[in-house]
Design a protein around this ligand. Structure first.
Ligand code: GCU
Length: 614
């Protein structure tokens, strides 16, 4: 059995590997925070006139920045003052939300938009500390508070925060962010993606007020199935060493007093023989309470193990079949773009549940935290991925560091979500020595941060040169991962649907096999015979013939067809059919189910039956 040895080591590495507590995640989701969501003033700045002087020198590198540096939020003082912007007279955008679907003029915009939020500080004790937390901003954010630069964050799908204790004022704070969604060859993702480059403050912004010494982060996991051992760590920020932490899981009669070391780290380990293990059928979660000094942090966690044994995938030691669907973080029913709230996230997952799915492949970047927490609650297993997509610049060290930062941030945020069973490193990346080295480094980093989950990545297939009916999945990446996953498009990019009746597969690894994408496009409501492309009938025939083919693959443990819902892509330009949408959804962008939806739903209904009944 490929036992993933659960040890405290990965927990301690997760924390002690950081230079200081300031580098680790800030768990805020379950805290009482102060929302800065809602209307923000914005200035569209295509030439970044508010960031550079006319010599193209950044204002924020100057000792006395010009009043025309937008982050100073300056106002005319005298009637002769030349101030060429005014946030108070500027239009607004909703946060969270992409700018592309909120303002016609910004539909195709790729560039910088300045956002400003003014606010008064919430009630604070003198010794309290204050942080500003961002769920995500796509793609680069230059962040300023009251004219002082807090920092720069790159990466469009992971959270970040800044401590503002010594910058926040009781009243009249001005939080200003330059958001730049321009694409770059060295970025992650790179220039070319099959999704819309939605720009903006696309996720929540929260003020977090905590005591001087507070509970910054924790990890917890079922680290041994045999005697239901739970291991974990908790990190106190502001610790002097020796602080005590009360840990309780009330429903399991667990109460422990822990002692933090000089780094504020305290570890724990106990058995929970009566615990019900988390599974899609029974997404049992338990309350976890940490208390230290004046601070408490409470959360709900599921306890489960995910392992492999040869070609078997095992959840809590039992064979698991992944009845999946791929999902973009997009809800376009009311012409929206990026998911903006919990309700939209829930609707996507409810459609997945309607499919009898037990698994969602959250493509191609970490989704918002609502999505993964709802999956925990609703009993949907999750594949979570960083946007190392297609032709990344494999030889650029800054590109690697960016990918690794996004991987670390994804794992730090979601490491306590039982629903997440797979960290995915990449999607459809062309094989090369540089790419293999890049991904091997990422795989090593992922395992050092969390060895309680599986690694995977969507690879590609090719045909045997001597036999066009034998498809092969052979990729050095397969040696690095626990689950051999690949995308294939027989019936769409690769021949006609009936080709699936003649193809057999060679996948020379003693590992479980997962088909991370298949499918084809259909315009909802366009009907014809199964030989007419873009009809629902054509898409339906791809599903029927592909699913029959997949059932014959040795080691087949599931699939996540591409994709749950139609989504915007600048690559999908066929007027009258695509109209900026990739039409491979089994649900239209207006939320209407296509015929293929029902094929997949019935297939999964059969798969969900206990083995004896199949
Ligand atoms: C690829 C890719 C997806 C893309 C899909 C398509 O497999 O992983 O991101 O949208 O194919 O072409 O529709």
């Amino acid at each position: 059995m490929k036992k993933i040895i659960h040890s405290l080591g990965w927990l301690a590495v997760l924390f002690s590997g950081m230079a200081s507590a300031a580098d680790t995640a800030l768990q805020v989701y379950t805290r009482d925070t102060h929302s800065l969501n809602g209307e923000w003033r914005i200035i569209v700045d295509p030439y970044e006139n508010g960031f550079y002087n006319y010599r193209y020198e950044p204002f924020d590198q100057q000792k006395n920045p010009s009043v025309n540096a937008f982050f100073t939020d300056s106002k005319m003082q005298k009637s002769t003052d030349l101030v060429e912007y005014d946030f108070d007279k500027a239009p607004t955008l909703q946060v969270p939300g992409d700018w592309n679907t909120q303002n016609e003029k910004l539909y195709y915009y790729e560039g910088s938009v300045w956002y400003r939020k003014t606010f008064d500080a919430p009630a604070m004790q003198d010794t309290d500390r204050a942080f500003v937390y961002f769920g995500a901003i796509n793609y680069r954010a230059d962040v300023y508070l009251n004219g002082k630069k807090l920092g720069v964050h790159v990466g469009g799908f992971t959270p970040f925060h800044y401590e503002i204790t010594d910058k926040i004022k009781a009243q009249g704070n001005s939080l200003i962010i330059k958001v730049d969604n321009k694409r770059h060859a060295d970025a992650v993702p790179t220039l070319n993606t099959d999704w819309w480059n939605y720009g903006g403050i696309t996720r929540t912004v929260q003020l977090v007020i905590v005591p001087e010494t507070f509970i910054r982060d924790y990890t917890i996991a079922l680290t041994s199935l045999e005697n239901k051992t739970v291991s974990g760590s908790v990190l106190i920020d502001g610790a002097k060493g020796g602080e005590t932490v009360q840990l309780a899981l009330p429903e399991l009669n667990i109460k422990q007093t822990l002692k933090a070391d000089k780094n504020g780290l305290a570890s724990f380990r106990f058995s929970v023989p009566d615990a019900q293990l988390w599974s899609p059928e029974n997404p049992q979660r338990y309350t976890v309470e940490f208390q230290s000094g004046a601070d408490t942090l409470t959360d709900k966690v599921g306890l489960r193990t995910i392992t492999t044994k040869g070609k078997q995938l095992l959840l809590n030691g039992e064979p698991l079949f992944l009845r999946g669907i791929s999902v973009h973080e997009e809800y376009s029913a009311e012409n929206g773009g990026r998911v903006r709230n919990k309700g939209e996230a829930k609707q996507l997952l409810l459609w997945a549940k309607d499919l009898n799915a037990n698994f969602v492949r959250l493509a191609h970047y970490p989704h918002n935290e609502d999505m993964v927490r709802l999956a925990d609650e609703m009993g949907l297993l999750v594949w979570s991925e960083i946007p190392v997509y297609w032709t990344i610049n494999w030889t650029n060290e800054a590109t690697y560091q960016n990918a690794e930062d996004q991987l670390s941030a994804m794992i730090e945020r979601d490491k306590n979500r039982a629903a997440i069973i797979i960290w995915s490193l990449a999607n459809e990346t062309p094989v090369s020595d540089a790419r293999n080295r890049f991904l091997a480094r990422l795989a090593k980093k992922a395992r050092s941060l969390d060895n309680t989950r599986l690694l995977s990545a969507a690879m590609e297939k090719h045909y045997r040169s001597d036999n066009p009916n034998i498809a092969v999945v052979e990729d050095p990446l397969a040696e690095l991962v626990d689950l051999v996953s690949f995308n294939q498009y027989i019936g769409w990019y690769d021949g006609l649907p009936e080709k699936a009746e003649h193809v057999t597969w060679e996948i020379p690894y003693n590992k479980p096999v997962f088909i991370s994408e298949f499918g084809g496009g259909a315009k909802q409501g366009y009907h014809g015979d199964a030989n007419t492309i873009w009809t629902e009938e054509y898409q339906e025939s791809i599903y029927l013939k592909t699913l029959a083919m997949l059932d014959k693959i040795d080691g087949y443990v599931g699939t996540s067809p591409w994709i749950l819902a139609d989504f915007r892509s600048p690559r999908r330009l066929l007027n009258g059919i695509q109209d900026d949408f990739n039409r491979k959804g089994v649900v239209s962008n207006k939320g209407i189910k296509k015929k293929a939806f029902y094929v997949l739903r019935d297939y999964y209904q059969e798969k969900a039956k206990p083995a004896t009944q199949e």
